[in-house]
Design a protein around this ligand. Structure first.
Ligand code: NAD
Ligand code: UDP
Length: 320
């Protein structure tokens, strides 16, 4: 009997790659999305497959699935700072009410559920690199709080369902992930810099560019998530690439990769923008025998080739 998995956020960047992975591994995949930040074209290649089914639905509303369900992966949520600043209430709702609905569904179906948490639960971290036992440094009432606190609540309610109802739960703390199917205008640094290079605009560094991030290629992230789902570990696990870089050096790398003649310009640093971020992945290595394989040079080239393949109309479409 083919096992069935429900993936929320299926039309988004990570959700669509997870749909591909589970289809390739022989599962029956039900994708769910309300397209608030996603795009149907990310799953267009799956729509006619017999093992794929798509349901357009807002997960903050009651979720009804016919028949059995073996696994749920809850990835629905705006993920880019400018997205969640634009739709703060929906962000809070999908992390809280949406997660509650999905946990209820998992309980009703006796399914195992994995929820997508984030390095943002560490806020602007005072511990570096970030280990899973660090409680974080989040400004609850700051503009980013809507995302960070929704995700922290999501972790709490997931552990409560695990402890109180004995539900099989998994929590992945995802660090900055990139690759094809990111939205060119979603405001995250990689699409932002690559879009600027392709349009012949200067690259906008926020602040002095000395803040750091550690970027993980999407195929590595998906492999880590897959392994975590099939592990027997219920506490949060960091999945990310520990190779850390300042945003300033990163802009230089992108200028070289894209061959643009543009320069960098400096803009104001958004409030509560974390100064440093690097996952400690010792736990994932030990538990899952997982570590990232794709280096930044290779991953960035693949991502740039994807953005280059987009139409001029998409390249110049402005959302903000
Ligand atoms: P994305 O915006 O590309 O995808 C999110 C998807 O969720 C979109 O298709 C959107 O339409 C859908 N969605 C949002 N609210 C919904 C709702 N109420 N009902 C149904 N669908 C809804 O973002 P992404 O980068 O693919 O992120 C996916 C998940 O991974 C998110 O939960 C995010 O918090 C988490 N995450 C991502 C990263 C990263 O670097 N990409 C890092 C940490 C955590
Ligand atoms: N950033 C930047 N220029 C941009 C977009 C982002 O300098 O045009 C910076 C941003 O301030 C942050 C880093 O790049 O320090 C990563 O931002 P992103 O939105 O990709 O992710 P997050 O802050 O959630 O890690």
């Amino acid at each position: 009997m083919i096992e069935k998995v429900l993936i929320t956020g299926a039309a988004g960047f990570l959700g669509s790659h997870l749909c591909d992975k589970f289809i390739n591994e022989g599962f029956h995949v039900i994708g769910m999305d309300n397209f608030i930040t996603g795009d149907k074209k990310n799953i267009a290649h799956l729509l006619d497959l017999p093992n794929f089914q798509f349901i357009e639905h807002d997960v903050t509303e009651f979720i009804k699935i016919e028949g059995n369900l073996d696994y749920i992966l809850h990835f629905a949520s705006p993920a880019s700072p400018i997205d969640y600043l634009k739709i703060p209430i929906q962000t809070l709702k999908v992390g809280s009410l949406g997660t509650h609905n999905l946990l209820g569904l998992a309980k009703a179906k006796n399914a195992r559920i994995l929820i997508a948490s984030t390095s943002e639960v560490y806020g602007d971290p005072l511990v570096h690199p970030q280990t899973e036992d660090y409680y974080g440094n989040v400004n609850t009432i700051g503009p980013r709080g809507v995302y960070d606190e929704a995700k922290r609540f999501q972790e709490s309610i997931t552990m409560a369902y695990h402890r109180f109802h004995g539900l099989e739960t998994r929590i992945v703390r995802i660090f900055n992930t990139y690759g094809p199917r990111m939205r060119l205008n979603d405001g995250r640094v990689i699409p932002a810099f690559m879009g600027q290079a392709l349009r012949g605009e200067d690259l906008t560094i926020f602040g002095d560019g000395m803040q750091t991030r550690s970027f993980c290629y999407v195929s590595d992230e998906v492999d880590g998530i897959y392994k975590l789902l099939f592990s027997d570990y219920s506490y949060p696990v960091n999945i990310g690439n520990p190779h850390e870089i300042t945003i300033k050096d990163f802009a230089e790398e992108i200028i070289k990769l894209t061959g643009t003649n543009q320069k960098v310009i400096y803009k104001e640093l958004p409030q509560d923008d974390p100064m440093q971020r690097q996952p400690d992945i010792s736990l994932a290595k030990k538990l899952l025998n997982w570590e990232p394989k794709v280096g930044r040079e290779e991953g960035m080239l693949k991502t740039f080739n994807y953005f280059k393949s987009l139409s001029a109309e998409e390249l110049h479409k402005s959302e903000h």
